[in-house]
Design a protein around this ligand. Sequence first.
Ligand code: MN
Length: 396
Amino acid sequence: MSWIDDPAFAADKPFGPQTLPYGVVETADGPAVAVRVGDHALPLRPIADEFSQELAELVSADSLDPLLAAGRPAWSALRARLHELVTATAAPDGAELLPLAETRTRLPFTVGDYVDFYSSRNHAENVGKMFRPDGDPILPNWSHLPVGYHGRSGTVVVTGTDVERPSGQRKGDDGPVFGPSVRLDIEAEIGFVCGGPVARRVSTSNAADHVFGVVTVNDWSARDIQAWEYVPLGPHLGKSFATSVGAWITPLEAFAAARVPVPDPGHPRLDYLVEDSSWGLDIDLEVRWNGTVVSRPPFAGMAFSFAQQLAHMTVNGATVRPGDLFASGTVSGPEKRQRGSFLELSWGGKEPLTLDDGSERTFLQDGDTVVITATAPGPDGSVIGLSEVAGTIVGA
Ligand code: MN
């Protein structure tokens, strides 16, 4: 029996010893790197003596930045030692468990460059049909490269941060009008946090050495602002006001049993996008709108893996640096209740959803709260949890 007395810290629970995600929590001694064990946070600075000197310095920091920069050998060594410590029968000297319900989390790393992709075929088809009803919903480049855009890293916020309704230009009947967005939406996504050495032209086979871990993402989107501004250079103010991420980054190593092939595109891909081993991930997301589960998007069907996305992002000579964040694109499956945005779930606002309290919704109202969680298969039939990303809309 582990010294950690928490029923949620069990091998058959999503945040058991097979998961061990990292975050940063507020403590009496200031921000501290911590690991999530069940429904508790274990700050690591007070038990730094339990680690080698190199690892002790990394876990004594007030953010994950030094750990992200340290690279794969340090990540593996830390995870192995942590697993020993949290499954031991006796607590390390100085260990203190903080209940998550009473603990404040911080954005755990300094976000470098932020890129958002568009790699769900079902999402791209649905949005294409609504935004370009007269054309082919899938444009010719889409299945040959992971389409994406550079987002705004400075407005990436941690779960629990309120999201203010953005104002902007949208198309009116007699020209543009200005005001608070009336089509405020979510995008349920999976994010990848980069680390390791600064690199260019990362191959699909080396991509895992540059990805520290996985996080839930909500890419809030103002559809009215987006639809008016996006031609011909892509998303801008309809996206840049806020992007929320979960507080706990699940290490890539936890997903060994979740790897699946990406779907066959039905045509050859250029060499730099070919994978010699599969980095698709069998992650299931869940979207709750004011407590009602409205969607369960399946990540396994995404057309490009994170390894292909990272290879594409750096193939032109652009660097990847520790703290860079890239997101998968909205995750939507073929079924209606697998769609990862309210734009798709309400089909452009034409088909309202009924929540459990009887209220109807198309797009977000002030006061609404959206929570996205995810799980993946773990070793020996266990489950790997991805911590929630939550946000509440406040008025403009
Ligand atoms: Mn997005």
